[in-house]
Design a protein around this ligand. Structure first.
Ligand SMILES: [Zn+2]
Length: 146
């Protein structure tokens, strides 16, 4: 399966893939020439079909990120703070570096990615998302290499 940029007659390259965990799949492709992006969405049934055929959408064209994870640096917050300020995916703070990194995610999936990290943080009582938390979430949620 390939996508072509009609204007440039170029094969679009894989830019980003997300598996939100609800069975849907989102893949973003980019034209190497003009930079135009397009996204493909599949519903759970289509995702299953694609997986069943053994097709790796986009392949592993994104190199693995170096492991920046430092487990001991992760703060989980204490019970008291948790009680005073109920955390939701929407109230979790994003450090400047983490927010900057989020901007690197294609706009199409950014909201979804932000929600995934937000919910990850809430489940663990993490009040601020940092790049280290993002790395840890990627690993824990099996998003590594996608
Ligand atoms: Zn193009």
């Amino acid at each position: 399966m390939k996508f072509l940029c009609i204007d440039c007659d170029e094969v679009m390259t894989f830019a980003e893939r997300e598996l939100p965990g609800d069975g849907t799949l989102a893949a973003v492709f980019e034209c190497p020439d003009c930079g135009r992006e397009m996204a493909m969405l599949t519903n759970p049934m289509e995702t299953k079909l694609v997986s069943g055929l053994g097709i790796q959408v986009g392949g592993r064209t994104v190199p693995d990120q170096p492991l920046e994870l430092v487990r001991s640096s992760v703060t989980t917050g204490d019970e008291q703070a948790f009680a005073d300020l109920p955390l939701t995916a929407g109230t979790v703070r994003w450090s400047e570096a983490a927010a900057e990194r989020l901007q690197g995610v294609p706009g199409f999936v950014r909201g979804m990615v932000k929600k995934i990290y937000g919910e990850y943080a809430v489940e663990r009582g993490i009040e601020e998302i940092t790049p280290e938390i993002m790395d840890r979430a990627r690993q824990d949620l099996g998003l590594e290499g996608m």
